[in-house]
Design a protein around this ligand. Structure first.
Ligand code: PLP
Length: 451
């Protein structure tokens, strides 16, 4: 008989227990191809269960090709080809070394502001959620607060009802693309990788456009995605003439300009550059995010779309209820209303204003700065071998550094993008000297890409 024990106190039904036991006997080699299983009557008697239990187990094993039946002669363990592929042997646990990411998108959040964050969530727990499905645009009081903030900080005058709360910039972009007619999407190159992925996932073709060149034509495009306040990742502010050229091209092609205004609050040399959307609300879709001023993990943003797209999205969201969860919207409301987000931005701006020149001083002997110092990262141009040496230096000290080439599609720029928001001061100092060490060491071998 089979070395099987069934346990009536376990929640799994007896046939499932028996089938699992037979599978185990095959995988551990106790039963091999061609072995005959006991008849259902004999095994049922041996195990003290109803014959139907064994029959059900055998039927299951037959359906999964663990066993075969031969007419009149019984049930046998299936031959090798018929057997389901054995489970792969457990892989030894290999751990990716974990690096502290020097990424461009992680902001610095002052730990002294923890109390405000806690207050926001206490308020959420003490507030009764709205009855029924929410407003398709997002929580009305939050949109009031966002409209006030956009006017005050971005020179953008909008009605609260023109704002759609999203789960972040990429969600805003995804939703917007779903409301536009057919056409390609121009994306800066190098540019924001999440935007590229979002455009592709929407089934649209990405048109590579050199990031620093003016856009003078948008034929065939439904939209152009740009980062005018702080080109991502080259850092440049889009010049006024280029802004006008872009809007003219969009009007001519009946395309929408998507302005991703991801970190414009963090200028520390001049006042934030006004939003492009303030120049032409009918052509520009504005994407804002709480990822820099509150936290990327909150997953909240806002979209101010041109009127036609806005109407489509409101109608659609009224049916799909595709709005961010009420608790996170309600928490952001407290953080905005109590001035918490402004405080975070003010203190973070001071930290970046202190760190950016430190980064510049450490990197300037080795690399050329792209764009003005702003935001929470800076981009450095080098040859490809030096870029890799910088990354190797960073890794040796436990940091992960992004290469500029990773942001390029058709463009051939090399260097690295050094985020300095998501680390402590001590970590930043260590990272900078490790990168500088990497850059000071000549590459071991001439790099074939260096010619
Ligand atoms: C260019 C750009 N846009 C937007 C964001 C923020 O995206 P989200 O709002 O989806 O967090 C980032 C974050 O790093 C960014 O670099």
């Amino acid at each position: 008989m089979l070395p099987v024990h069934l346990d009536r106190t376990r929640p799994e039904p007896l046939p499932a227990q028996l089938a699992a036991a037979v599978r185990r006997l095959v995988t551990d080699g106790t039963l091999t191809t061609g072995d005959r299983l006991p008849s259902s009557r004999a095994l049922a008697a041996d195990l003290g269960v109803a014959r139907a239990v064994v029959e059900q187990a055998y039927d299951q094993l037959l359906a999964e090709s663990w066993v075969q039946t031969r007419r009149g002669s019984g049930t046998f363990v299936a031959s090798g080809e018929a057997l389901p592929a054995p489970a792969p042997p457990p892989r030894p646990a290999t751990r990716e070394p974990s690096y502290v990411r020097l990424d461009a998108g992680t902001p610095w959040i002052d730990p002294r502001h923890a109390a405000g964050w806690k207050r926001a969530w206490r308020e959420v727990s003490a507030t009764r959620p709205p009855r029924g499905y929410p407003d398709p645009r997002g929580l009305p009081e939050l949109r009031d607060a966002l409209a006030e903030r956009l006017a005050r900080t971005r020179g953008l005058t909008v009605e609260p009802d023109e704002i759609l709360v999203t789960t972040g910039s990429t969600d805003g972009l995804r939703q917007l693309l779903g409301a536009l007619g057919p056409g390609d999407v121009l994306v800066e190159d190098p540019g924001y990788r999440a935007a590229v992925e979002t455009v592709r996932a929407a089934g649209r073709t990405v048109v590579d456009h050199p990031a620093l060149a003016p856009v003078i034509g948008l034929a065939g495009c439904a939209a152009a995605y740009v980062t005018p306040a702080h080109q991502h990742p080259l850092g440049r502010v889009m010049p006024a003439a280029d802004r006008l050229a872009l809007l003219a091209a969009a009007r001519q092609a009946d395309a929408v300009v998507v302005e991703d205004d991801y970190d414009s609050e963090f200028r520390y040399d001049v006042a934030p550059v006004p939003a492009l959307a303030a120049l032409d609300r009918s052509r520009v879709a504005y994407l804002g995010t709480a990822s820099k001023s509150v936290s990327p993990s909150l997953r909240l943003g806002w979209l101010v779309a041109p009127p036609a797209a806005h109407e489509i999205l409101v109608r659609r969201r009224a049916v799909t209820h595709d709005t961010p969860p009420w608790p996170t919207q309600r928490a952001l409301l407290t953080l905005l209303r109590d001035g918490w987000a402004d405080k975070v931005v003010r203190t973070a701006r001071r930290v970046y204003a202190d760190r950016a020149p430190r980064v510049a001083a450490a990197m300037a002997p080795h690399a050329e700065l792209a764009g003005p110092l702003a935001g929470m990262y800076s981009t450095w141009l080098t040859g490809p071998a030096s870029a890799r040496a910088a990354r190797a230096g960073a890794r040796a000290a436990g940091f992960d550094l992004q290469l500029l080439a990773e942001y390029c599609r058709s463009a051939h720029l090399t260097g690295f993008v050094l985020g300095f928001g998501g680390v402590t001061d001590a970590e930043l100092d260590r990272a900078l000297s490790a990168i500088a060490d990497g850059l000071s060491e000549p590459p071991d071998q001439p790099d074939p890409l260096d010619q």
